[in-house]
Ligand binder design. Structure first.
Ligand code: SAM
Length: 677
């Protein structure tokens, strides 16, 4: 999970050199010309972009390095777009990197290319920490989408979800000379290139090595040699000749397929005005989609997204399991998303103050110790601190050792939701219908319909982002869990004002916002009453005292001669989660039909034997976020909208499967259990 950093030096001209590979990143002094010649001209990109009728174009690259190829391609594409010389809306770039440069090294390398400085600054801001995985970065207002795959090229490419017609239009094979980096240029990489390529995919590489030529031919490419850049005699260009796309069903089971929506999303209804609904609305508004947003409350964010402050940090296990991977991918994307919003001027209270997860009992202390000693995660994400360090970071006394998450923080969800909807309203036609109950969600192959006050309304798509109302709307309760949670709002004291990080234990305690701390939270299963309870305020207080230990600053805060209800102004809401604690995102499946289609799953035949008769559907769900919506909602909304709008998906197949709305049905059928119990 943690990656080895690039081992590089810079020469007097500021050109990077890879010491471990004894090779350059690009031609000394002529990097831009080389990149233009070998990769952009080698794939004939300018003519392709001028002539293409597709909404998007995808470049696949091995060896992101400094990002020169990518920045130059983005710059060239945006220039064509600005001249209205291409009708392509988005340039999507998949790029792999096993030994990432640090942010500082990236900045240094980019200093040589002043004309790329605007894009470079955007890229540097969003550049992820060195942790394996798929990191989606948007530049130029979403006209450029970079999926930076940190990890080994072949392994990372094999993790991607590949739509029916393939993913990549043009390949840039970089990655040091084959003679110096044999472990990248091996058969598994060429296998992935074949699996990901669209029928007309082209390829260019600086090398003319015979082994590369033969491997490409074996993968179904017609290979040609042309004059290499500068003093290089030859380079390779190639054209995919595979008439039929190969699919690896072991990697991509047909019953977890995510068919792209077959119809354009012009008019969409979103049900729910919490975080999930507002982020979907914001993202769809950037694509110019007309929106109706419905919520039952008189105000937006009146459910689980209504607490004044919410913590945001990834919940990790010592073992890197699926849940941890979902958390990491979600958290890092969420940080980029919220940073992007703030940079655009969105005005929502938030603070990237870091979070301390306190080792508040021996079991937690031993789990934390295990996580630290396994050393799977980079320190930029999480590290261990003792009680003295924890107290320094928190700026108040803390008695426990802790896990420290420097990138974490808190956000005010209602302010975020209000801002997102205001931004959405300013860029598209968004009608907000508060106090409105939606029922009877139906869909045909032509449209989806909902009933509102007895009237039937038609949309291209409907999105259920309806939190605790989702089980009712789907008429499907067995895959969801509803839990009541009460959070207290605690007036700060002079000492507690000093608290400078989020404190988490069994509950959580935030730094003060406008003189109030948030202290949460209770978890009462199957209780959907949202009235405030004094008894739960006591529970919250008791839990905090027990977890935190005796602290003068805590005593000052919560000792009072009034009743708790006078002292705290809390609120309760209902969270919707799932049996495996992971959210659901995707098209709402026809479970009854799938139970028939997949009835023999228990026979464990190869995956391609289990196809679904259902085709693309028009109702989507984004739910089961539990109390982690601030962390997970942005990447889930991006996943949903990418699926709905035919964009590449921002999560690897393994995680998409773990979030699939039909996964509980599939698991039960594999075990030959009643899928509807
Ligand atoms: N395209 C880059 C640019 O625009 O700066 C230059 C690429 S540099 C010649 C080769 C890159 O491939 C290095 O950044 C190196 O770390 C990366 N690399 C080497 N082996 C790799 C592997 N197995 N998987 C992914 N990346 C690898």
């Amino acid at each position: 999970m943690k990656l080895e950093p690039a081992n590089i030096s810079f020469d007097a001209q500021g050109q990077p050199f890879a010491k471990d590979f004894d090779d350059v990143y690009f031609s000394q002094d002529k990097g831009v010309e080389e990149s233009n010649y070998v990769f952009i001209a080698g794939n004939d990109l300018i003519s392709k972009w001028r002539e293409s009728k597709s909404p998007s174009f995808c470049i696949g690259e091995t060896g992101f390095g400094t990002g020169l190829n990518l920045l130059l391609s983005a710059h060239t594409f945006l220039t064509l777009q600005d001249m209205q010389a291409t009708s392509i809306k988005r340039l999507h770039m998949l790029t792999t990197e096993k030994y990432p440069l640090s942010k500082e090294q990236l900045i240094r390398a980019h200093q040589n290319w002043p004309k790329l400085s605007g894009l470079s600054q955007e890229l540097v801001k969003a550049y992820p920490i060195a942790i394996q995985g798929l990191h989606r970065i948007e530049l130029a207002g979403g006209r450029i989408i970079i999926d930076l795959l940190l990890g080994d090229a072949a392994e990372m490419l094999s993790s991607l979800y590949v739509p029916q017609h393939g993913l990549v239009d043009a390949w840039f094979l970089d990655g040091f000379a084959p003679s110096k980096n044999g472990s990248m240029w091996h058969a598994a990489l060429f296998e992935q290139i074949a699996l990901l390529s669209k029928a007309e995919a082209s390829l260019a590489t600086f090398t003319a090595a015979g082994a590369v030529k033969r491997a490409l031919q074996a993968s179904g490419f017609i290979v040609n040699k042309r004059k290499g850049f500068g003093r290089k005699r030859e380079m390779i260009v190639a054209q995919n000749q595979n008439t039929q796309r190969r699919i690896n069903y072991q990697q991509q089971a047909p019953y977890f397929a995510r068919p792209s929506a077959a119809h354009k999303a012009r008019k969409v209804a979103i049900i729910g005005a919490g975080l999930a609904g507002a982020i979907c609305a914001h993202k769809l508004s950037q694509l110019g989609v007309q929106l109706d947003l419905f919520c039952t409350g008189e105000t937006v964010a009146d459910g689980a997204s209504g607490n004044a402050q919410g913590g945001i940090y990834p919940q990790l296990n010592a073992e890197l399991n699926i849940n941890s991977e979902v958390q990491i991918a979600s958290f890092l994307y969420a940080r980029r998303y919220y940073d992007g919003l703030a940079a655009m001027g969105a005005d929502f209270a938030h603070q990237w103050c870091g979070a301390l997860l306190l080792a508040f009992n021996p079991n937690v202390a031993s789990r934390q110790q295990k996580l630290i000693s396994k050393a799977q995660y980079p320190e930029a994400l999480v590290s261990g601190v003792d009680a003295i360090q924890a107290s320094k970071l928190a700026n108040v006394d803390v008695h426990h050792s802790a896990l420290w998450f420097p990138l974490a923080g808190w956000i005010s969800p209602p302010q975020l939701v209000t801002n997102l909807l205001a931004i959405a309203k300013s860029s598209t036609c968004l009608n907000l219908h508060t106090g409105t109950t939606v029922s009877d969600i139906q869909h045909t192959s032509q449209h989806a319909t909902i009933s509102v006050n007895g009237e039937v309304l038609k949309y291209d798509y409907v999105i259920l982002a309806s939190g605790a109302n989702t089980p009712n709307l789907l008429q499907q309760t067995h895959d969801f869990r509803l839990t009541r949670g009460q959070v207290e709002s605690v007036p700060s004291t002079q000492t507690s004002q000093n608290l400078s990080t989020l404190l988490c234990h069994k509950g959580y305690f935030t730094p003060a916002m406008q003189g109030q701390h948030a202290m949460g939270s209770t978890y009462v299963k199957n209780d959907v009453d949202t009235r405030y309870r004094d008894s739960e305020a006591s529970d919250n207080l008791h839990m905090h005292r027990k977890s935190m230990g005796q602290h003068q600053w805590m005593d000052e805060l919560i000792l009072c001669d009034r009743t708790l209800a006078d002292k705290f102004k809390g609120r309760a809401a209902i969270r919707c989660s799932t049996p495996d604690h992971l959210p659901l995102v995707g098209q709402v499946p026809d479970l009854a039909q799938q139970a028939i289609d997949l009835a023999n799953l228990y026979q464990a035949k190869p995956a391609q034997h289990y196809t679904l008769s259902q085709t693309s559907r028009r109702v989507y769900v984004l739910s089961g976020l539990g109390s982690r919506g601030l962390t997970t909602a942005p990447i889930l909304a991006e996943t949903l909208i990418s699926e709905m709008c035919g964009k590449a998906l921002p999560l690897p197949t393994k995680l998409l499967n773990a979030l699939a709305p039909n996964r509980f049905l599939v698991r039960k059928l594999i075990r030959r259990q009643d899928p509807f119990s």
